[in-house]
Design a protein around this ligand. Sequence first.
Ligand code: ZN
Length: 85
Amino acid sequence: MSCRATTKAGRPCARPAMGGTELCHAHRGVAVGRPSKLTDELERRLCDALRAGNHLEVAARYAGVSRSTLHRWLAVRPEHVVELA
Ligand SMILES: [Zn+2]
């Protein structure tokens, strides 16, 4: 079962819903929006690192954030997931 929420871009959320809910981890009560820590500069660094073929862990380190933070950003900025998949 997939998440029933809609992303900020207006597309249906493609992430799987968490057990017992109709929403994915990103849409469960977590504020959806641009995290304040995700600056344009950080975003550019992350995109550069990911486009260069680095794994998420490497890209996160390159941008100076934790992997969980990076995952949270990707969850609220799904266009990156699409772009980098
Ligand atoms: Zn979702």
